[in-house]
Design a binder for this molecule. Structure first.
Ligand SMILES: [Cu+2]
Length: 247
């Protein structure tokens, strides 16, 4: 395992936060609940407490000494993580980096004022893990195809139905995709592999739900002639929705 250059380059405060995060992550790791994991959690918590303690004890001393103590504590934690093979293939550095990068990418999906108050979720296996608790009713995530999005409550139900290949509920939802998407087959969301009727759209917002069918005056062709203007995606399927480019 690499000894985390990302972690080492962080400030002591953010490293401490990282460790707190790590304990959280170990608790929800795919093999959570095993004896080894419980033991590792205890050891990590111990190292964490020790880190806090030495931090305080050494606070008045030379900063290099303090730095050394922090690095030693971190090394202990890394050793424990490695020893118990926590999260299987995922290393602590990968965890921390992946999460930071995930949030940075999610932030490109919607205006800052929306994302900052949104729930942010990240899929871990098939379970969503909440990285940020929200208050504005929006949920932000990166979809399976790598597209970051922020959806309101109905929009989220639509996203879930599309993922689960079930009928979307009869509700109108709204979704931001201001970073654009990675492209899709316009005849059906679940036949991406065919690469037929391919369309890639830049920054846009979407209105979703069966009711969108009643919105008239938008192109409904399988082959989209201009994806920089409004069009209907997946026309004629339960997943049809209105694409509204914003740039
Ligand atoms: Cu979209």
């Amino acid at each position: 395992m690499k000894a985390g250059p990302t972690v080492a380059s962080q400030s002591p405060q953010s490293r401490r936060n990282s460790l707190a995060d790590l304990i959280q992550q170990v608790l929800v790791a795919p093999n959570a609940g095993t004896h080894a994991q419980a033991k590792a959690c205890a050891t990590i918590a111990q190292a964490f407490a020790w880190l806090d303690q030495s931090d305080e004890r050494l606070a008045a001393r030379h900063s290099a000494l303090r730095e050394k103590a922090l690095v030693t504590a971190l090394a202990q934690v890394l050793k424990v993580v490695e020893q118990y093979d926590l999260g299987a293939a995922i290393t602590i550095t990968d965890w921390l980096t992946a999460e930071r990068e995930y949030i940075a990418k999610v932030k490109t999906a919607a205006p800052e004022k929306i994302v900052s108050k949104s729930t942010i979720i990240m899929m871990q296996g098939d379970k969503p893990r909440e990285l940020q608790a929200g208050t504005n009713g929006f949920t932000c995530l990166i979809g399976g195809d790598g597209t970051p999005l922020c959806a309101d409550q109905n929009g989220m139900e639509w996203v879930k139905a599309t993922g689960a290949r079930t009928e979307p509920p009869n509700k109108i939802g709204f979704i931001y995709m201001l970073a654009g998407d990675t492209g899709t087959t316009n005849h059906h969301p679940h036949q991406r592999d065919t690469r037929m009727h391919w369309v890639q759209t830049g920054p846009h917002v979407m209105i979703v739900g069966p009711g969108v069918r009643e919105m008239m005056g938008y192109p409904r062709t399988l082959d989209v002639s201009d994806a920089s203007q409004p069009y209907v995606m997946f026309p004629g399927t339960p997943y049809e929705h209105l694409m509204l480019p914003t740039k």
